[in-house]
Write a protein that binds this ligand. Structure first.
Ligand SMILES: Cc1cc2nc3c(=O)[nH]c(=O)nc-3n(C[C@H](O)[C@H](O)[C@H](O)COP(=O)(O)OP(=O)(O)OC[C@H]3O[C@@H](n4cnc5c(N)ncnc54)[C@H](O)[C@@H]3O)c2cc1C
Length: 371
């Protein structure tokens, strides 16, 4: 499968992302602007059917759009991932009413969508229990009381958000996934977490204390089945961050002086080749739906892409030399993009599903196949 052409971002958005990439990484001053700007550029509509208000195209086009933003700013690409992944949940939900209510504002970037499903993904892999609980308030299960806490969620915009989370049920029913609006009584967002990078991503903890919602907020009554179906898009969209960051780091090597470029040419070409091959396999699996039944194949690709990001960021550092070790490029008083990309790259292995988790799951699978 050939790689789709990376969409060109509107020039004003690309310029804004470049001008604010450093501040989006180091502080929260511009955090409120990211979703509306990406929305105005039409990026949340990519890969969404026209009859639902989208621009058409496929999930692969949406991955490429996230990659295009990640070339400029990983904090923005991560916000994009949160928003687009929540949109994806609505697209895959059987709750047409919830979709109709929320899709227009989310596609336009007028409201933020977030995914708090790392806990659920870890639950699906038997790593940790669900940290949220839902108790039905009536026999017909039309209303639920919701409690619990999630320590990390990105794109919890202070101006308002809706977030997906999975809930354990103590009445024997399977765990369910709800959408939670920021303004339901009992829903509380913490202050921004004190991150070492990506600080403009509106990342905070969420606490629910007796929040009450009706069944109209259910994304799916069977979290396990839903997550298995949604995981290829969740993970594929997330890989867009790795693809874009690795491409930009390799471009930075290309932009270095002829002598540096020549010295690093073989390493850069090998990484470029590996990146393109992994990307093509990812897109083929997302397109065919093969990762629903064979998640391990996608896990291998996520691990491979993370290794490429790591190596490309190292090459970027080598190409920049001592200049890359200064806080800013003194002659131009511009921020040090190489250092920012190194900080951004440090995030890639830890976002769920983390490399530790995936390697452990693949090892488990190999053991059970051997037994
Ligand atoms: C900046 C930032 C933004 C985030 N945004 C979001 C978000 O929007 N939504 C969201 O849901 N989450 C988000 N997270 C959470 C993130 O995706 C991970 O869940 C979290 O960083 C991993 O948790 P931990 O390191 O605390 O894992 P721990 O539970 O402390 O585990 C450490 C590592 O070991 C692995 N591990 C633990 N136990 C096992 C086991 N039994 N078998 C195999 N592997 C195991 C874990 O996967 C992890 O890699 C964010 C995190 C960060 C840093």
């Amino acid at each position: 499968m050939t790689r789709p052409a990376a969409p060109a971002l509107p020039a004003d958005l690309a310029a804004w992302l470049d001008a604010h990439a450093e501040s989006l990484d180091t502080d929260a001053a511009d955090a409120a602007d990211v979703v509306p700007r990406l929305g105005r550029a039409g990026l949340f509509r990519v890969g969404v059917a026209p009859e639902l208000g989208g621009a058409g195209g496929t999930t692969v086009d949406a991955i490429e759009a996230i990659a295009a933003v990640a070339r400029h700013s990983l904090a923005s690409a991560f916000v994009f991932w949160g928003q687009r992944t929540f949109i994806e949940y609505l697209l895959q939900s059987t709750n047409a009413g919830l979709r109709a209510r929320w899709l227009p504002a989310l596609l336009a970037g007028e409201h933020a969508g977030a995914t708090g499903l790392s806990n659920a993904m870890k639950f699906l892999s038997a790593i940790e229990p669900l940290q949220m609980r839902a108790a039905p308030l009536d026999a017909a299960q039309t209303r639920f009381a919701l409690d619990g806490a999630l320590p990390w969620i990105t794109n919890l915009r202070r101006e308002g958000f809706v977030v997906a989370a999975a809930f354990d049920r103590h009445d024997g029913a399977p765990p369910a996934i709800f959408a939670l609006p920021h303004d339901a009584p009992g829903v509380a967002r913490s202050d921004d977490l004190d991150l070492i990078a990506l600080r403009g991503s509106n990342t905070a903890a969420l606490t629910l204390d007796g929040a009450e919602l009706d069944a109209g907020w259910l994304i799916d009554a069977d979290a396990r089945a839903f997550l298995v179906r949604a995981r290829p898009a969740f993970l594929g969209l997330q890989c867009g961050m790795s693809i874009g960051l690795a491409r930009r780091a390799l471009e930075a090597v290309e932009e270095s002086s002829p002598a540096v470029r020549a010295a690093l040419a073989d390493d850069a070409a090998a990484l470029r080749h590996e990146l393109d091959a992994l990307t093509a396999r990812l897109y083929a699996g997302v397109t065919s739906g093969a990762f629903v039944a064979a998640p391990a194949a996608q896990f291998e690709l996520r691990i491979g892409l993370a290794a490429v990001v790591d190596a490309a960021a190292h090459l970027d550092v080598q190409a920049a030399g001592g200049r890359g070790y200064l806080r800013s490029h003194a002659s131009r008083a511009t921020p040090n993009d190489t250092a920012r990309r190194s900080r951004e790259a440090a995030f890639v292995p830890i976002v769920t599903p983390s490399l530790v988790q995936l390697k452990s799951q693949l090892a488990q699978q190999r053991r059970s196949e051997a037994a």
